[in-house]
Design a protein around this ligand. Sequence first.
Ligand code: MLT
Length: 329
Amino acid sequence: MKIPRRRFLQLAAGTVALPAASRFARAQAYPTRPMTMIVPYAAGGPTDTIARIMAERMRTSLGQIVLVENITGAAGTIGVGRVARAAPDGYTISIGHWGTHVVNGAIYELPYHVFNDFEPVSLIASNPQLIVARKGVPASDLQGLIAWLKANSATATQGTAGHGSASHVSGVYLQSITGVRFQFVPYRGAGPAMQDLVAGQIDFMIDQAANSLPQLRAGTIKGYAVTDKTRLAAAPEIPTVDEAGLPKLHISLWHAIWMPKKTPKEIIAKLNGAIVDALADPAVRKRLADLGQDLPPRDQQNPQALAAYHKQEIDKWWPIIKAANVKGE
Ligand code: MLT
């Protein structure tokens, strides 16, 4: 039976439109089941802590549980790679930061591109690092710590969140501006490194405020300086690196959320809405502030702002990191 041409074209258009229509319908109905936020570092560390605070509040807006799954190793490249390969259906979310989505792209041969293979959703917060040491280190200020490291360069150790992680890059930077030498001890995240610092197994860390502040408050470690021009509101007693005589060491880590490339815009918008709600929630804001987090202003909590900032950071840091010849594992 010969179908009239006009009717044939209508049917053809319908079949083409069908997948688009169902994709749109799916995006409209999103989310219809729990989603997973992949944390590329060990549980208990700064990224895990921030992820759990956000996931808990995002559940209210999304009406579905946001499960947190830790997939660790190789300075976060394995967990981020899992999201790059995931289906763009809105159910796999990447939380990462300057280390995972800027530094790693400059030092690792990755099976994905840290910018091109992800859809930006929103910035979350940023925090400077803290130079901290185990209780037994006989130094009362930063210059004293540097002198002690100089005197113990053969045995002194810095714990890092992995080879090429932000804490490792900061250590290389500290060595280059002070001439001090020490060993790097890589962990699957800042959380397990902190456990060994508290236990006195390693000597010092250049660590995210979110990870060190609880231990500083508990008096289990010593704090020497914050890698910023201004003191932390959450720890006003700790001097800045400028005040402590190391003006150049300004490093801040910003956390953000991405999804796999080609995730529909409607789904990105829904997830962004849940993040904006969470960052406006006074309880969430207090918990993040207590962890030394600076939250982006409301007009910076959108995919376009993250894309612009991410690109800017890549353009700034890749030449510096490549020149420093830091290599991934
Ligand atoms: C972590 O959660 O362990 C950190 O984000 C790792 C790091 O500081 O690079």
